[in-house]
Design a protein around this ligand. Structure first.
Ligand SMILES: NC(=O)c1ccc[n+]([C@@H]2O[C@H](COP(=O)([O-])OP(=O)(O)OC[C@H]3O[C@@H](n4cnc5c(N)ncnc54)[C@H](O)[C@@H]3O)[C@@H](O)[C@H]2O)c1
Length: 322
């Protein structure tokens, strides 16, 4: 199924990282999965636990490692990030995580790594931007998870509404992975029928769609209230992106991409569909947007650019700003 010489390095073996490793085993990944964590004991313990799953599903060689291991990896997945503490502002968390991601990127690049970064640490659009700037890599090589999780959340909500399999729904959540994201309803379809035509056929209104969009935006907060963290969805999204790279699929996936004129913007990471293959981002797909969606995109990009700029300055990365 996979080329045995392929190698992925996971950095940050917490809830998201370990769920990704588990997904890799259960989806039959072969080759090597190296795990780096701040506290190496966690990585060693997880490897001992995870390797017991491999005899039942895959021949993945899985081990705890240090940064030198990155030099010949195809993919480095960054899931390391400090959790938010009570009373801590979002901007303070951004600054803290930027410092972590900056150090990690330096160490990965120093190893000689020249593969593809997949960034999941939050706020993911800003962390992806920092990895791009710190690494000096081509933007094709730095992929954020972007709105992949939000798109999955929207698909499952619509699947319940229209009583079809979520995989049969073509739709994307665009822009920030966060509060300013929006659903691109105008380009969505189910079985080739535009979603905006289907809603009236099925007795729904635009207000119902707006409610679904809002519930998707708030789902992470709900899950965190119930169980403290969210990880299975994003872990599987990371696995989907990694698979498209390792198999050189050329698949269209909603991911986090660096814009260079697409949608009329540049020098910012947003969630958008893109073609993903062995070289990373092969092409960004620029969806047609209606007037409301254009306004939502403008507002989200403005938010992202401002937060990126403020936090990069605070994290001592001012020299990377255009
Ligand atoms: N992109 C998404 O859609 C999405 C979804 C959920 C969570 N996340 C984000 O993923 C990140 C991880 O979340 P989590 O729930 O797994 O957190 P967690 O606290 O469970 O795990 C974080 C891990 O990172 C490690 N770590 C911290 N600093 C490190 C460093 N400098 N080097 C190596 N490892 C380091 C910690 O030891 C810990 O194991 C967070 O930023 C979270 O917000 C993203």
């Amino acid at each position: 199924m996979y080329d045995d010489h392929q190698k992925v390095v996971l950095i940050g073996d917490g809830a998201v990282g370990s769920a990704y490793a588990y997904a890799a085993i259960n989806q039959g990944m072969t080759g090597e999965l190296a795990i780096i964590n701040h506290t190496k004991e966690k990585a060693i313990g997880d490897v001992m636990d995870l390797e017991d799953a491999t005899p039942y599903r895959s021949s993945l060689k899985i081990y705890a490692a240090d940064y030198e291991t990155c030099y010949n990896a195809d993919i480095v997945v960054i899931c390391a990030g400090a959790p938010q503490k009570p009373g801590e502002t979002r901007l303070q968390l951004v600054t803290k995580n930027l410092k972590i991601v900056k150090e990690i990127t330096k160490k990965v690049v120093s190893s000689g790594f020249d593969g593809i970064f997949i960034v999941a640490a939050n706020p993911v659009d800003i962390m992806s931007y920092a990895v791009l700037k710190q690494s000096g890599f081509a933007s094709e090589q730095v992929i954020g998870t972007g709105t992949s999780l939000d798109t999955a959340r929207l698909k499952i909500a619509l699947a319940k509404m229209f009583n079809v399999n979520a995989q049969s729904i073509n739709i994307n959540v665009l822009a920030e992975h966060g509060d300013s994201e929006f659903a691109a309803f105008s380009s969505a379809d189910i079985g080739g029928i535009p979603l905006l035509n289907l809603i009236s056929q099925e007795g729904y209104t635009l207000k119902d769609l707006a409610n679904v969009e809002k519930s998707v935006r708030n789902k992470a907060y709900q899950i965190i209230d119930y169980k403290g963290a969210t990880f299975y969805g994003v872990a599987t999204a990371i696995m989907r992106i990694a698979t498209a790279i390792l198999r050189d699929e050329g698949s269209v996936i909603t991911v986090g991409c660096y814009l260079d004129g697409q949608y009329g913007y540049d020098d910012v990471y947003i969630g958008t569909p893109a073609v993903v293959g062995a070289g990373g981002i092969q092409e960004i797909i620029e969806l047609p947007l209606n007037i409301v969606e254009k306004q939502a995109m403008a507002s989200s990009v403005e938010t992202l650019k401002k937060t990126t700029r403020d936090s990069m300055i605070k994290a001592g990365m001012i020299n990377y700003l255009l």
